[in-house]
Design a protein around this ligand. Structure first.
Ligand SMILES: [Zn+2]
Length: 296
């Protein structure tokens, strides 16, 4: 854990719970390192700095694949240490600049303290749009909307693709049952695009690198559909949102906590959006109680 692993001529990643990518631009006199995501907190920032220093690489810039706290946690530390810019995509930039927005989006209002801990809220950092980055020649930005609204993947000139949180490893489904998505329907559609990608190697943010993107896409597609179908099935009998959460957590045998309620609850709402927008489920109101109901 936390070793620097070489996966291409100039492409590396630091193996950790949230893998950190490093692309070294060796065309420059002093080799420059592009850092892809910065982990959960400043401890990861210190590890990144140590690896760069040990190899004589000058930090050039950070690219955040998306705005989630475990991908931007040491932006502020690295920017303070090295004065480097950070880049991300679209509205995710606003969430990186104002990190209260992530727990606010999960909770739907001012979030309690437990949702402002490092797992949910990183320190604010300054960030520019990826379109402004002077990327090394051959670098490609790949749009992966759905998990967060504007998530991106990155292909380095060595043909290594960092897939961010686009494809979950099977262990995520085993542990959580339902993988986080901001926009489940959009994510599901995006899987069709992800499946077509070709690369020498794919490096996800969580888990081991892989080569067979089709197999992993299929696992994710099935997982998303099984959650969608399960919610539709449960709501054949009208359920309040909290009853639905209870049924899902019981089904997956996961203990409910406030954090899980916020994260998985947010994802379940996005599935309800999907089912409602497709006309499969509808909200019923009775005695000022809202229940979700799957139409027959
Ligand atoms: Zn994420």
């Amino acid at each position: 854990m936390y070793d620097l692993i070489q996966v291409g001529e100039n492409t590396y990643y630091i193996e950790s719970p949230v893998n950190v990518g490093i692309y070294v631009d060796s065309t420059k006199e002093e080799k420059e390192a592009w850092i892809i995501d910065t982990g959960l907190d400043l401890r990861m920032g210190k590890r990144i700095a140590k690896h760069l220093q040990a190899n004589g690489w000058k930090p050039k810039a950070i690219i955040n694949t998306h705005c989630h706290a475990d991908h931007i946690g040491s932006n502020a530390y690295l920017q303070k240490e090295f004065g480097i810019p950070a880049y991300s995509n679209g509205m995710d930039c606003r969430f990186i600049e104002n990190t209260i927005l992530s727990p606010m989006a999960l909770w739907g209002s001012y979030p309690p303290k437990v949702l402002q801990t490092p797992l949910f809220k990183a320190p604010d950092s300054s960030v520019r749009d990826i379109s402004e980055a002077d990327l090394p020649q051959g670098f490609e930005v790949i749009n992966f909307p759905g998990h967060s609204l504007y998530m991106i993947g990155l292909r380095t000139p060595d043909d290594i693709v960092f897939t961010a949180d686009m494809l979950c490893s099977p262990f995520v489904f085993e542990k959580y049952g339902i993988a986080f998505n901001y926009h489940a329907a959009g994510y599901f559609r995006q899987l069709d695009e992800a499946e077509k990608l070709e690369a020498k190697l794919f490096v996800p943010a969580h888990g081991e690198p892989f080569t067979d993107i089709k197999a992993l896409t299929e696992i994710n597609r099935k997982a998303v559909l099984s959650v969608k179908n399960l919610i539709a099935e449960i709501c054949r009998t009208p359920h309040t949102f909290d009853e639905l959460i209870q049924a899902l957590f019981n089904h997956y045998n996961i203990p409910l906590t406030l954090g899980q309620y916020a994260v998985t609850g947010s994802t379940v709402r996005s599935y309800l959006t999907w089912l409602y927008d497709e006309g499969i489920a509808e909200p019923l109101f009775e005695n000022n109680l809202m229940r979700w109901h799957t139409k027959q």
